[in-house]
Design a binder for this molecule. Structure first.
Ligand SMILES: [Zn+2]
Length: 246
């Protein structure tokens, strides 16, 4: 591992450890390195200085078909300029602070940070996503920052459980959700607030379901379930980091 410490930021040079990769064209395993190129990825701040990982990304040449290809980057993801763990961290932070504050503190653009929040919430809920179709559904919007950057929570009202959080509060995303339900005809009623795009979406994809507008009574259950999810997300989970620094 090579560490540089210029005046205003840290740089750490890293490389993936595995020396054999699979040719994406023919499936042959190869260790014939062709070249390496540095890629700069933003990581979490350390002692108030920005940290960059300089990933020495290798290209390999397949001995059997001749293809030259870049090794996969499972840590940062395809064409991302920051590390996955940094994006997860931003997402977590922004769940209980304003996005603007997190963005300022970590020196990233706010829109990038907002995307991280959505990704983080989605990623964590993915694991617990329920695939059954409830009879009674609650749909409610909530903002990560007050009155700004909304998500839509979909709740099984009988169980008091959030089933999914979708980005934004538009009609299209809710329609997509309804389309994915395994037995949409089972839905008897959906409780929403006055948000018109929700009503439109339900008419489109769950036409048999009764629409109940009840901001104050039923949606309390959605909020309670949402609070459960929030506190679960805020507790956080350890981030594993498969880089080997050499
Ligand atoms: Zn090949």
């Amino acid at each position: 591992m090579e560490q540089r410490e210029p005046a205003d930021h840290f740089e750490v040079v890293v490389m993936y450890r595995q020396d054999e990769v699979i040719c994406p064209r023919c499936g042959q395993i190869t260790n014939k390195e062709h070249d390496r190129r540095p890629q700069r990825k933003k990581d979490r701040m350390l002692r108030n200085k920005e940290v960059f990982l300089i990933l020495m990304k290798r290209r390999f040449r397949c001995p059997s078909c001749g293809k030259v290809f870049t090794e996969p980057d499972v840590v940062c993801g395809w064409r991302r300029r920051s590390t996955q763990r940094f994006r997860e961290y931003l997402g977590e932070e922004a769940l209980h602070q304003t996005v603007r504050r997190v963005a300022q503190k970590e020196g990233v653009g706010e829109s990038g940070d907002r995307r991280c929040v959505a990704e983080e919430v989605g990623r964590r809920l993915e694991v617990r996503k329920r695939v059954d179709t409830p009879e009674f559904i609650g749909v409610d919007e909530f903002s990560v920052r007050k009155n700004y950057f909304y998500h839509t929570a979909i709740c099984n009202l009988r169980e008091g459980e959030i089933m999914e959080v979708i980005e934004g509060r538009g009609q299209k995303r809710l329609e997509e959700y309804g389309d994915k339900l395994p037995s949409p005809e089972r839905v008897k009623a959906i409780v929403i607030d006055m948000h018109e795009p929700f009503r439109q979406a339900i008419w489109m994809v769950l036409p048999q379901a009764k629409i109940v507008v009840d901001k104050f009574h039923f949606l309390k259950q959605v909020q309670a379930a949402l609070d459960k999810v929030r506190s679960r997300l805020q507790k956080g989970e350890g981030n594993s980091f498969p880089f080997i620094r050499n």
